[in-house]
Each structure stands twice: as C-alpha cells, then as structure tokens.
Design a protein around this ligand. Structure first.
Ligand SMILES: N[C@@H](CCC(=O)N[C@@H](CS)C(=O)NCC(=O)O)C(=O)O
Length: 217
C-alpha cells in the first residue's frame, strides 16, 4: 500500500492541487477514484469518509494509524509540514501562505471552479448566475495579475503550496470561459509552475470521475 491515499477525480481542481503537491514532492501516493458524476460524494459511504461530502480526501497511512484529512488548503498545509517542502519558512510566510490559501478557496477555486462546472459540465449557457460568476472570476484573476507584478511566486521568493492551490483550475481557461490575453504575469507564472520538475496535468495524475458511457471529449 502506498503511504498516502488520495480520494479524487481528475476533473476536480481541488483534488489536482493535492495530487500536484504529492507528485512534485515525489511522495509515495495512489489515487482512489470517486465517481463524482454519478453522485458518489452524496452517498452515505462517502459521507462516512468525509462529513463535508467533498473531494479531495487524503488518508496518510502512518505508523500510529491512519490519519484522514480534508479541505485542500488543510491537506496542502499538512503535506508541506510532513514532507518538508513548499511550505513557509518563517512566521510571516506562514500567514502569507494562509492568506493566499483562503483567497484561493473563496475567490479563485471557489468561483472559477464553479463557473467551469456550470459552463463545462452543466452546460448552462449564459444565465444570470454565469454572468455574475464570470465577472467575479475575472476580477479575482486581475488581483492575481497585480500580485504577480515584479514577483515570480505568490507568497514567498520560491514556489509554495499557495501557488499550487491557486493554479489548479487555471490550467483550464477554455473550460472556465476566460482568456489570459490581458494577464501576462499570470500566464508567465502558470508556465513557471508547469516547468517545475514533476509537473503533470490533472488528467495524467488521477482517474476521471465520469462513468465510461458519460465520458465526453
Ligand atoms: N473547499 C473545498 C472544496 C472541495 C470541493 O468543492 N470539492 C468538489 C469537487 S471539486 C466536491 O467534491 N463536491 C461534492 C459535491 O458537491 O457533492 C476544498 O478546498 O477541498
């Protein structure tokens, strides 16, 4: 058995953040597929694993027993401590990383992820909800663009878990329905992360959460 088990599916940017961190750290981990699109996260068995009914769920098989943790920001923080990589080095950095993890959860993944879900998977068309979320997502992306003026990484002078949290959904601009033509700093930062040794696409790290018959191009 691998040291870490990640309950996940490749369409989930929140799971991708964690899979990317595990891969960049060369951790011993294995994905366990969650059939999200046929409702597995709503079933009792899954709620037994995570009362929040969400992916990702990480189980660390430790010598003192299994340790289960959810919420991508909490998982990334745990992994940075355990694996000794991509975490903060000072108290100031600790809070800088935390600030950007919270910003990600509310403003980037929490909005771009939902916008992508509506457009790519529910195929909702340009409803009022979509227009509203689109404007808020663009505004949040502009904040990242400004943050990356004159700096290579979000929270420190090197890549940290804050970068991995924030970038996850942003490798799917077409699916979110945004373009980066006016966001050169953000585009260059995504390329810097992509160039890190061990970087892989979400689809190459985890199985799809779709069932065979519903898999679409
Ligand atoms: N804040 C959570 C968000 C997790 C989340 O939204 N997960 C989605 C997949 S990307 C999910 O499993 N949703 C289950 C559902 O809505 O039933 C985190 O960062 O882990």
């Amino acid at each position: 058995m691998a040291e870490y088990t990640l309950y996940c599916f490749s369409e989930s940017g929140n799971a991708y953040k964690v899979a990317l961190m595990l891969e960049l750290c060369k951790a011993d981990w294995e994905p366990v597929r969650v059939a999200f699109f046929s409702g597995e996260t709503r079933k009792e068995a899954f709620r037994g694993l995570n009362v929040m009914g969400e992916v990702p769920v990480l189980v660390h098989h430790r010598q003192d027993g299994d340790f289960t943790i959810t919420q991508s920001g909490a998982i990334l923080t745990y992994l940075a401590r355990r694996l000794g990589k991509f975490g903060p080095d000072t108290e100031a950095e600790e809070f800088e990383v935390m600030r950007w993890l919270l910003f990600d959860s509310q403003k980037i993944s929490g909005q771009a992820g939902v916008l992508r879900f509506l457009r790519r998977f529910l195929k909702k068309g340009e409803s009022e909800d979509v227009t509203f979320l689109h404007a808020r997502t663009v505004s949040a992306l502009n904040i990242l663009e400004a943050r990356l003026t004159g700096r290579d990484w979000i929270a420190a002078d090197r890549p940290t878990i804050a970068d991995f949290a924030l970038c996850a959904y942003l490798y799917w601009p077409e699916q979110i329905g945004v373009d980066y033509a006016t966001l050169p700093n953000l585009s260059a930062w995504l390329e810097r992360i992509r160039a890190l040794p061990g970087w892989s696409r979400s689809e190459d790290l985890m199985p799809s959460g779709m069932d065979e018959q519903t898999l679409t191009a």
